[in-house]
Write a protein that binds this ligand. Sequence first.
Ligand SMILES: *[C@@H]1O[C@H](CO)[C@@H](O)[C@H](O)[C@H]1NC(C)=O
Length: 231
Amino acid sequence: MILKRIAIIPSVIALAQAFTFTVTVGIDETNGHQGIGFDPSTIVPAAGDTIVFTYALPEYIKNPPSVQHSATQSTFDAPCTPKEGGFDTGVQNTGSVNDNTGTSFSLTVNNTDPLWFFSSVGSDCKDGMVLAVNPPTTGDQTAAAFKAKAMGSSGSQQTSASSGTSPSSATPSGSVSATQSSGGSTVSSSTAAQPTGSSASSSASSVSAWTAVLAGTAAMLVFGVGNAVVA
Ligand SMILES: *[C@@H]1O[C@H](CO)[C@@H](O)[C@H](O)[C@H]1NC(C)=O
């Protein structure tokens, strides 16, 4: 679909276009060969975009052996442990583009919070088969830090899977990224409704709004009293 959503936000009517990020499971992105990895291993989708995990290997890889991997959601703290209630394609066989075993799985991105994935098969995860979605680019939770943590996690899995499994990231966000607008389709409407004054003038306008409410209440009281008198 082209028009995923029509969003009305203050002063702007945006026709947002959703994008699909295809991640091929079982490609080493550093050389394009079949291998241990997600290709690409870092993606930066916006809210409303879709991630498609495909097990169909590209056509240029001739007669690829069918290999098992998964795309399983985890957490930064426990890169190789499935997140409770998280997304999981389950273990699948890779196949060429012409092979019907090369299935695909879709996941809608609801906000730009980081999402972390790994392959749960064998030693894939500690061999570095991880995917970072919207990772922070600075600080200690980057894509590189996630991969390093996964690769170092072999004998040091201190974090229990039962901790902190609140699926808060699954909560759809109402916000819409302005950067998703397709070229030429963003239309600004009148900005008259947008508060433009200083905080002093906006508190002045809320005072006058309050005054109007009081005046309206007084008018209703007068009207009510008038009715009572007539009755
Ligand atoms: C986004 O919301 C949909 C619908 O509630 C849900 O199925 C999906 O898992 C959510 N996506 C993520 C990444 O949590």
